[in-house]
Design a protein around this ligand. Structure first.
Ligand SMILES: Cc1ncc(COP(=O)(O)O)c(C=O)c1O
Length: 380
């Protein structure tokens, strides 16, 4: 009997050693891949705009309540100004590219309360470039009572062109109209000898998404230093540039965390495929030899954005309150509130098993808490 017990004990010890070896091997591989990714990223033109790495830590109160290990990646703290967010990562590479190409003007797009537009203006001001915005009035701003990002754009002295939405017009049609108008404007400036740089809505270009490849590498470096193994990463997705960069970074580092991207607006069936293609363009740009497969690596969820973009819903309102009351932190009604609500539903419904290591990637946007009432909803 003692003999059998000894054999069992030895087998267990061997298995433990094997398991430890495999874990060590994985960690070493991840470390090496992060270092190699940093080398590739170093070659890209970049403007130093924000404060990195952004904080990453555990939310103890909510972890206890939800039965998972909930961590937060604070990209609302990217800087440059008080109102950081995900676009700063993209803008480091976009503005770096604009400066390398000798451009003096930067054009970009979004809704009148666009976080991306506000952060682009801030980045341009810091780097001495002239920001020109073409903004679609999904929610009509009150010129006598400017709010949130539009107010900040004005304070920073951006040149702002408001593109009104015609009755019954689709958002996409108004967005396209904004691009047509901006390109005519660029032509005029270029005929006068100026160089212009066009940043697409949300900074969703191969250059912009490189910023989120770097973001994922930074995140992996943090998890390694904390000996933390993420099972799930949740974030909100709009134009898809953040998602593309995260998916690319995940493949590049060999991370096995599942990224769940919660849609904040209506998207057609081709959206994940386009994001996959964008991820691959970014990977090619930095000279990486891996690719994203949209079917395998991109997971979007359209169940949490209704009734629509910039229109709050009950779940997002409750999510904003929950995070504020339990942790003293703020998410916003347009992006991060809906993403947080989606994550809560995955956890509460058991789709994310109890005890999992879950990360909420906070992409910013809290200025929307000071936007028009239609956008904010009935939080208080
Ligand atoms: C706060 C916030 N979160 C998430 C997103 C979505 O990012 P992306 O457009 O890269 O999908 C945005 C985009 O504007 C945003 O402002």
């Amino acid at each position: 009997m003692q003999h059998i017990r000894d054999i069992r004990c030895s087998i267990r010890m061997c298995l433990n050693m094997l398991y430890q070896d495999e874990e060590d091997y994985k960690m070493n591989d991840l470390r090496q891949r992060c270092a190699a990714a940093r080398k590739l990223l170093e070659r890209m033109p970049k403007a130093g705009l924000g404060f990195f790495p952004t904080p990453f830590y555990r939310l103890s109160n909510l972890s206890g309540e939800l039965g998972v290990n909930l961590y937060i990646k604070r990209d609302d703290f990217t800087g440059m100004n008080l109102f950081g967010g995900n676009k700063v990562r993209k803008l480091q590479y976009l503005i770096g590219d604009a400066a390398a190409k000798g451009c003096g003007y930067v054009f970009t797009f979004g809704a009148t309360q666009s976080n991306h537009a506000m952060q682009t203006v801030s980045a341009c001001r810091r780097c001495g470039l002239k920001p020109i915005l073409y903004l679609v009035a999904i929610v009509e701003p009150d010129e006598e009572d400017l709010r949130a990002n539009l107010l900040l754009d004005k304070i920073m002295g951006a040149e702002i062109h408001i593109v009104k939405m015609l009755p019954g017009e689709e958002e996409n049609a108004a967005d396209e109209q904004a691009v047509v108008m901006a390109r005519e404007h660029m032509k005029r400036l270029e005929s006068e000898g100026h160089r212009c740089y066009e940043v697409p809505m949300g900074g969703a270009s191969p250059v912009g998404s490189v910023g989120f490849i770097e973001g994922y590498v930074e995140f992996m470096e943090q998890t390694l230093s904390m000996d933390f193994h993420p099972d799930y990463v949740f974030h909100g997705t709009g134009t898809g540039g953040t998602m593309a960069g995260l998916a690319a970074g995940r493949v590049l580092t060999g991370s096995d965390a599942a990224i769940i991207s919660i849609n904040v607006s209506w998207k057609d069936k081709g959206y994940p495929g386009r994001a996959g293609a964008l991820a691959n363009e970014s990977l090619k740009l930095i000279g990486a030899d891996v690719t994203v497969d949209a079917d395998r690596d991109i997971h979007t969820d359209l169940n949490y954005y209704l009734p629509g973009y910039e229109i709050p819903n009950q779940a997002s309102t409750e999510a904003i309150r929950l995070l504020a009351e339990k942790e003293g932190l703020f998410v916003d009604p347009v992006y991060t509130g809906k993403a947080f609500a989606g994550m809560l539903d995955y956890i509460r419904s058991g789709r994310v098993p109890q005890g999992s290591n879950v990360v909420f990637w906070h992409t910013g946007g809290a200025t929307a808490l000071f936007a028009e009432k239609e956008i904010l909803g009935a939080i208080v």
